[in-house]
Design a protein around this ligand. Structure first.
Ligand code: NAP
Length: 246
């Protein structure tokens, strides 16, 4: 119960890795703001959080909309008086080769994955700085470090998120707010289910540990970064990739 009575916002937590992070943090004692663009999905995860004996607040808001994000943060502050943890998890892909990529594909991915994280970070920064406490954890990707053919937009958004992580860490360090990123590799989720067998085999051949990761592999590291014993870690990017990047 290392997160007893703490308040965590997890963006895009109606499914996939975000849902697993929400449940992991709830298991450690945190109350959860379940944010997603799909109300039904967010409600279902909120019910799972409540089954664990924790409080949940559903926020149907797009991370790309500053007004909706401000409303989400205000609602959480009205309910609990503080926000201890923000996990910028919401993310999308719109893959395509660089030469064929449409402006709309580029903009959509940069808007959610990078600008969305900026909007949410800006919204929680003031209450966290005032409280002299906060943990911001950004879900980046190995693609943001090594690049990935067919994902110019996605890799650029995650590379940008890593730079945002380091800048946030430097700007907020003096106020007790830590900011780190995790860089998952190939994780089994709805996002990766669509890949062909050949692409899956290609990824697996690059992973020394010889298996795809799970949402639980990611959630465990996110929980560690949120725990009190991680208080001397900030501005870092932790790969969760079975050794792919090494
Ligand atoms: P996912 O299952 O597609 O989950 C992403 C969630 O974000 C979905 O619930 C989605 O809602 C939500 N979302 C999309 N746009 C949003 C918006 N504008 N505002 C709020 N929520 C929004 O994907 P995932 O695999 O769990 O990915 C989670 C994070 O991990 C992403 O940042 C992804 O880039 C990162 N990651 C994943 C992998 C992997 O192998 N899976 C690897 C590296 C990094 P809807 O479903 O309703 O659209």
């Amino acid at each position: 119960m290392k997160l007893q009575d703490q308040i965590a916002i997890i963006t895009g937590s109606g499914g996939g890795i975000g849902r697993t992070i929400a449940l992991e943090l709830a298991q450690h004692g945190a109350s959860i703001v379940v944010n997603d663009i799909l109300e039904e999905a967010a409600n279902a995860v909120a019910a799972e959080v409540e089954e664990l004996g924790r409080e949940a607040l559903v926020s149907v808001a797009s991370v790309t909309d500053p007004e909706q994000v401000e409303a989400m943060v205000s609602e959480a502050l009205d309910k609990w008086g503080r926000i201890d943890i923000l996990v910028n998890n919401a993310g999308i892909t719109r893959d395509g080769l660089l030469v064929r990529m449409k402006d709309e594909q580029w903009d959509a991915v940069l808007d959610v994955n990078l600008k969305g994280a900026f909007i949410c970070t800006r919204a929680v920064a003031k209450p966290m700085m005032k409280a002299r406490y906060g943990r911001i954890i950004n879900i980046a990707s190995v693609a943001g470090v090594m690049g990935n053919p067919g994902q110019a937009n996605y890799a650029a958004s995650k590379g940008g998120l890593i730079a945002l992580t380091k800048t946030t860490a430097k700007e907020l360090a003096g106020r007790g707010v830590n900011c780190n990123a995790v860089a998952p590799g190939f994780i089994e989720t709805p996002m990766t289910e669509q890949l062909s067998e050949a692409v899956r085999e290609g990824w697996l051949s690059l992973i020394p540990l010889g298996r795809a990761g799970t949402a639980e592999d990611v959630a465990g590291v996110v929980a560690f970064l949120a725990h009190p014993e991680a208080s001397y870690i900030t501005g870092q990017v932790i790969s969760i990739d079975g050794g792919m990047l090494m």
